[in-house]
Design a protein around this ligand. Sequence first.
Ligand code: GDP
Length: 171
Amino acid sequence: MEEWLDKPHVVLVGRSNVGKSSLINMLLGKKVVAVSKDPGRTRRVTFIPFGEKVYLVDVPGYGYARVSHREREAWRRMMEEYFSRYGELIKWVFLLIDSRVGVTPLDVQMIEWLHYRKLPYKVVLTKVDAATQDEISSAIKSVRKHTTVEILFTSSREGKGKKELLQYCLD
Ligand code: GDP
């Protein structure tokens, strides 16, 4: 029997180093995913049972500079494979964006891809504890150039946004 088909998926995507592992650990309330000092280390799609209701799906971060063309292609294929196999099961995609950086060209590609595949998603601005109000405002502006979906604000350091995210995961 095929695995990971019995519950909806909540998928977390974003650039490497965006704070994805920290956010997953915050959601789970324990450390299951290693916070990496070596960005670009997670190479596989990881399924994490989350309560009785959903799987959190951790996909490898993109945009790490020191990645070869071949690795980038492998990443794209892996994502295509994941989305074609599990697309129907996706309850939410959370697209993580660093609130100090804003939307990058690869995030724009991801947004276009999500639209093309008609996937339900929200933008999550991460690390708000480390950003100035100006940085957050320009991050919001950069998001709004590309999408009108809801934006959530999180800090894994301070536990900010946990309640809202949990609500979307578990409702
Ligand atoms: P990933 O590569 O997307 O999984 O990101 P990680 O969770 O490994 O975090 C990357 C870096 O950002 C690490 O140095 C974390 O300590 C830091 N980081 C993650 N979340 C936060 C946050 O909410 N606030 C701050 N200030 N730093 C964070």
